[in-house]
Design a protein around this ligand. Structure first.
Ligand code: CP
Ligand code: NVA
Length: 331
């Protein structure tokens, strides 16, 4: 697993089908090794800077734990804790951090920022989420799918429902196309994936045999699905004033028991990258309940807490898959 050494991971399109699959295989092997108590440290003394312009629980901790378990170190720079953007350009920041660190993770709004960092750092740069892509999440989602089905990925039907027009939808479409899956993006017409991303996915699908469906019809979109996934309706960095219009637009796309039944597949599983608004136990959730009477938004609590839900396996897999990226590019 040395052929990815030195490579950046700014979006799924950086990788070939074989490279993507090798990252999934490596993640599964590392997870197994760890489970058996036989983890071998491959990143002893390596250092990765974690640059976050947006908040995070899973991504930050997954990078920190993965590096720690592999014998390496991290420095966390929080949204207010560095000069990038306001006092120092991405190119200058990259040239400084690249002198000390073996890799740099970046989470923020601009895809151009992560790509600029990658051009100038001289070390691998990892996209921990931008407005356009969330590529490290995709390896975790697909590893979770592999663990919860007996089918090869190319035979899996995967419906992603709701707010599909940004990072999670784009990344789901491209990564599913890479693995030759039957992928459906189910959303209102005005909230669908851009033509540019769709065309990129279709070009990949022509090589991999992936089946791509973009539809606003929930019943048709989820029919026969093995996995149903969703994401928050208002993303990091979007103004809270958007909640009212998003709720109105996306309410028919809430993942609830009726939607799970509409798959016609009693074994259909539920995925969510998290965090999720499935109850009133958050300040935002409670505020929205007071304003709308909805105690759950993109997914109901009964689905989130059901046997079908594999969201915490998926969250765990963020660490194993991020570890695979680090080992593949740094070891
Ligand atoms: N899924 C995900 O990226 O979670 P965090 O925002 O907590 O990192
Ligand atoms: N679309 C979400 C994903 C969170 C992991 C956001 O950008 O906030």
């Amino acid at each position: 697993m040395t052929h990815l050494k030195g490579r950046s991971f700014t979006k799924e399109l950086d990788f070939s089908v074989e490279e993507w699959r090798s990252l999934l295989d490596l993640a599964a092997r590392l997870k197994q090794e760890r489970r058996e108590g036989a983890e071998r440290q491959r990143l002893t003394g390596k250092k990765v800077a974690l640059l976050f312009e947006k908040t995070s629980t899973r991504t930050r901790c997954a990078f920190e734990v993965a590096m720690m378990e592999q014998g390496g170190h991290t420095t966390y720079l929080d949204p207010a804790g560095s000069q990038i953007g306001h006092k120092e350009s991405a190119a200058d920041t990259a040239r400084v951090l690249g002198r000390w660190y073996d890799g740099i993770e970046f989470r923020g709004a601009g895809q151009d920022v992560v790509e600029t960092l990658a051009r100038h750092a001289g070390v691998p740069v990892y996209n921990g989420l931008t407005d356009d892509w969330h590529p490290t999440q995709m390896l975790a989602d697909q590893l979770t799918i592999m663990e919860h089905t007996t089918k090869p990925l190319s035979e899996v039907s995967y419906a992603f429902v709701g707010d599909v027009r940004n990072n999670m939808g784009n990344s789901t479409l491209i990564s599913s196309a890479l693995m030759g899956m039957d992928v459906r993006l189910v959303a209102p017409k005005q909230q669908q994936t851009s033509r540019e991303v769709r065309e990129k996915a279709e070009a990949i699908a022509a090589q991999t045999g992936a089946r791509i469906t973009l539809t606003d019809d929930v019943e048709a979109g989820v029919e026969g699905a093995d996995f149903v996934a969703t994401d928050v309706w208002v993303s990091l960095g979007e103004p809270k004033e958007l909640w009212a219009s998003r709720i109105e637009l996306l309410r028919p796309y809430q993942v609830n028991q009726d939607m799970m039944r509409a798959t016609g597949n009693p074994r259909a599983k539920f995925l969510h990258c998290l965090p999720a608004f499935h109850d009133r136990h958050t300040s935002v959730g409670e505020e929205l309940y007071q304003a709308t009477g909805m105690s759950a938004l993109e997914v109901t609590d009964d689905v989130f807490e059901s046997e079908a839900s594999v969201v915490f396996d998926q969250a765990e897999n963020r660490m194993h898959t991020i570890k695979a990226i680090l080992v593949a590019t740094l070891a």
